[in-house]
Design a protein around this ligand. Structure first.
Ligand code: ADP
Ligand code: ZN
Ligand code: ZN
Length: 803
């Protein structure tokens, strides 16, 4: 096998296929599928993935691979196949499908360098440049630009004297630390101690240490322990008694923490009933998808832990996905506490180097369990025994850029390969998953109540229209204000939650709560300040903002939105003595800030925690007895057919934050639409009824889970071009699908212009359309080939966010 097929790191339509390269003599037999290699491509050197080895190629003159980047494959066969599956199902370039499976540190970075061309000679260059290129010198392009000699270089390159090369650079270095160990026998050590001059007491101490400890020890630790110095150790090394050496160590983000080991708890009857089918499926190597439905605190995590235990005992591995914002130290604690060093953790708070180290622990089979956010689904295990997705309804499991995959789909695909179960857990399952469980595609497992039958907190829904009518124009209802004051006096803690997601704003009547909806789509219209207009982002319907509310004729009809900062200011006015911690994107930007603020709150350094959805999860502190939701409506009226579902999920989750321990909790939900079923039912924590109500609406309007969706988004600098291109696509799709499919558009995207590019979309609702994927591919091919048109087309199959 002397030829390698390589997917190159050039994400374009024309290069989205394997290219053949000759394997140079010295690397035959070592280069394998799944390795990264550096190959020449046009004038450049770029990275690629070997996908296949073969003896022959159709191409006559093959170029040679320059060098391998890996000593062993970074993608195993299963992951290479999964890459094909991703490409097919999410309509992405192959190179993206492979890159997404690797830690960022392994993604290629290129440096542009300038050097003498083959035939070039230093003496032919302008004297100003000569010094840079003597002795095969190279000049970094970025540096050259800063020195202001870019144009000069460009001219010489055009003359053929210089050439530009792209050098692939690895972004990570492995981390090394200095260690020390004795290199003589115990007896020789004792003899050496005798010979040490009296004044060299420090040296004697060190040697004595090694009489008791034969193993290597980290230099830093040794110095600290014996209060000695580096030079003392050096002196002993020079006497050939000790050796200093470098050793690779992992960057361990949890280095300075100890995890108290926990033991499996005896399961309750309902936990036992829920876990039995899971264990059964593990035992028999059967692929099956379970939906574990149980409120927060009902004992789901304990079921995860005990299922994993079974998998480990069987010699297999487990992947656990947790939403990024729920991946708190508390969560990590529970897994490390049970399985210790067998756990790797992958989340975005880690540096690229730390992530790379965790990934290598998985690759080297040093761990059995990985706990991580979305991308951990690609953990390079080779003997997976279970995949668990906690809070399976979370939208963050869908990646919003190429490849646009949903971790749940990838989990099921991998679990099929390994014949193992997938366990989805949630207190508020996505409608899709619950519907599948109802149809017995998934197996439903329920945990009906909280552990120890703790009461769910009392929820009060406050009608903000009523507040306004009675003259309260503040963003705090009288009830919420009163309870906040009460908690301050009792020295208990409160959490205030500002439900703010996306940047969309809607038009609402503050007197009666009326929100202007699209007559065709049953989603709210989005307000556009510039034109003073409202628009539907599904179908394109437009309308002016009414001067008076169509329901109650009030003049207080206007667009709606509040920020956390404003709430903080207001709190400062009405409760000046309260200590407030604000958590939003501004205050948690820096690494570790999120965790630090939470720890401060836990330690009682504040009375009120104020934040956006990022505080909805993982907050489990005994002293929280009040949760206030300032405006339940903001998410309800996002131009998204899932708005009700998301509102219900979020309110249920937030309510679950109060009174999780001894002290009973109270929840206040402020809203302008208390009669809306998703708010009312979240108040009663009644998922089942919510599910029934919402399913009726989904069915009526042809939304998932009754219909699938596909979304084409087109952008261009010129509005006319984008509209006419989208129109052509809409017409083309219509010819390719049956009359059971609904093809909507062209309509402006809900963010209608980004970076001076206009954005339009076509939304397809369908049940079974065997030709659709092919038609969508044709569209992509067409527009990607015609790069000069300047159009950008992206296609999202099963979009989660329609904006
Ligand atoms: P969930 O994941 O559904 O929120 P957890 O598994 O975290 O629920 O359980 C909630 C609490 O009950 C935790 O403090 C957990 O340690 C405890 N718990 C869970 N199962 C048991 C059990 N079988 N016996 C005693 N305590 C349990
Ligand atoms: Zn009104
Ligand atoms: Zn509409």
């Amino acid at each position: 096998m002397e030829i390698a097929s390589v997917i190159v790191d050039v994400p374009t339509k024309q290069t989205d296929r394997a290219f053949d390269y000759l394997i140079p003599e010295q690397w035959r037999g070592t280069i394998q599928p799944g390795m990264r290699v550096i190959v020449p491509f046009g004038p450049r050197h770029i990275q690629g993935f070997v996908v296949e080895l073969k003896a022959e190629s159709d191409v006559n003159k093959l170029r040679e691979i320059i060098e391998p980047m890996d000593l062993k494959p970074v993608l195993n066969n299963e992951l290479l196949n999964l890459g094909d599956w991703l490409t097919e199902n999410t309509l992405c370039f192959k190179i993206f499908a492979f890159q997404v499976m690797l830690p960022a540190a392994l993604k290629a970075k290129y440096e542009k360098k300038v050097r003498l061309a083959n035939r070039g000679a230093v003496m032919e260059l302008p004297s100003k440049l000569q010094a840079y290129f003597v002795n095969d010198g190279e000049l970094d392009w970025e540096e050259a630009l800063q020195m202001g000699i870019g144009p000069l270089l460009q001219r010489e390159a055009a003359n053929g004297h210089l050439e530009v090369v792209y050098v692939v650079k690895e972004r990570v270095r492995k981390k090394h630390r200095k260690f020390v160990r004795p290199i003589v026998t115990k007896q020789e050590l004792e003899e050496a101690i005798q010979k040490i001059p009296a004044k060299a007491e420090k040296q004697r101490q060190v040697l004595n240490y090694f009489l008791q400890h034969e193993d290597e020890v980290e230099l830093k630790t040794l110095i600290a322990e014996l209060k000695t110095s580096g030079s003392t150790i050096k002196a002993l090394a020079e006497k050939h008694l000790l050796a200093e050496f470098d050793k690779e160590v992992y960057r361990d983000p949890f280095e300075n923490r100890t995890f108290e080991r926990t033991k499996p708890l005896p399961l309750t009857d309902s936990q036992q009933k829920a876990i039995a089918p899971i264990l059964h499926s593990i035992e028999l190597d059967q692929h099956e998808v379970f939906l574990l439905y149980g409120v927060t605190g009902s004992g789901k995590t304990e079921i995860y832990l005990q299922s994993i235990q079974e998998v480990i005992e069987k010699g297999q591995e487990a992947i656990v996905l947790v939403p990024e914002i729920a991946l708190t130290p508390q969560m990590v604690h529970r897994f490390k506490g049970r399985f210790g060093d067998l756990v790797a953790v992958l989340h975005s708070g880690l540096s690229a180097g730390e992530k790379y180290d965790e990934w290598r622990k998985i690759q080297r089979k040093e761990v059995k369990v990985v706990v991580g956010a979305r991308s951990a689904i690609f953990a390079p295990f080779e003997n997976i025994g279970i995949i668990i997705i906690d809070e399976e309804h979370e939208t963050s499991y869908k990646q919003e850029e190429m490849p646009r995959y949903h971790a749940r789909d990838v989990a099921i695909e991998r679990a099929k390969t390994y014949n193992c179960p997938v366990l989805l857990g949630s207190a508020t399952p996505s409608l899709e998953s619950f519907a599948r469980a109802q149809k017995k595609v998934y197996q439903l497992l329920s945990l009906p109540s909280r552990m120890n039958n703790q009461e769910l907190p009392a929820v009060e829904i406050v009608d903000m229209r009523e507040e306004l009518r009675e003259g309260n124009r503040s963003m705090f209802s009288r009830k919420l204000f009163e309870l906040l004051q009460d908690r301050l006096e009792k020295k208990q803690q409160s959490v205030l939650f500002l439900n703010k997601r996306g940047h969309s704003s809607f038009v609402m009547c503050r007197d009666c709560g009326y929100v202007v909806n699209c007559p065709n789509c049953d989603i709210s219209l989005t307000y556009h300040r510039v034109k003073e207009q409202m628009k539907c982002h599904y179908c394109g319907y437009e309308s002016y903002v009414p001067k008076n509310c169509p329901e109650c004729t009030s003049e207080y009809i206007r667009y709606f939105g509040t920020g956390t900062q404003k709430v903080e200011e207001e709190l400062g006015k009405i409760l000046p003595e309260a200590r407030v911690i604000r958590m939003d994107v501004d205050t948690t930007g820096r690494k570790g800030a999120h965790e630090r603020l939470l720890t401060d709150f836990k330690d009682g350094k504040a009375d009120i925690l104020l934040g956006t959805q990022m505080i909805a999860k993982g907050l489990d502190f005994p002293n929280i007895t009040l949760v206030g939701v300032l405006s339940a409506d903001t998410m309800l009226h996002l131009p998204d057919f899932r708005a009700s579902e998301k509102t219900f999920q979020l309110l249920t989750q937030v309510s679950g934050r109060a009174g999780r321990h001894q002290l009973p909790g109270e929840v206040v939900i402020q809203t302008y639409t208390p009669e809306h079923y998703s708010i009312e039912l979240a108040g009663r924590q009644d998922y089942d009824l919510f599910y029934q109500r919402e399913m009726l609406i989904r069915k009526q309007h042809h939304y998932p889970p009754f219909f699938y969706l596909a979304l084409i988004t087109v952008s261009h600098e010129n509005l006319i071009n984008v509209v006419s291109a989208t129109e052509k696509m809409v017409n083309y799709v219509r010819t390719q699908v049956s009359n059971k499919a609904v093809v909507l558009g062209p309509a402006a995207s809900s963010i209608p212009r980004i970076n001076n590019r206009y954005r339009y979309q076509c939304l397809i609702k369908y049940k079974r359309e065997p030709n659709l994927i092919k038609a969508l591919k044709t569209i992509l091919d067409q527009y990607q080939k015609d790069a000069k048109s300047g159009l950008q087309v992206s296609i999202d199959v099963n979009p989660v966010i329609l904006m």
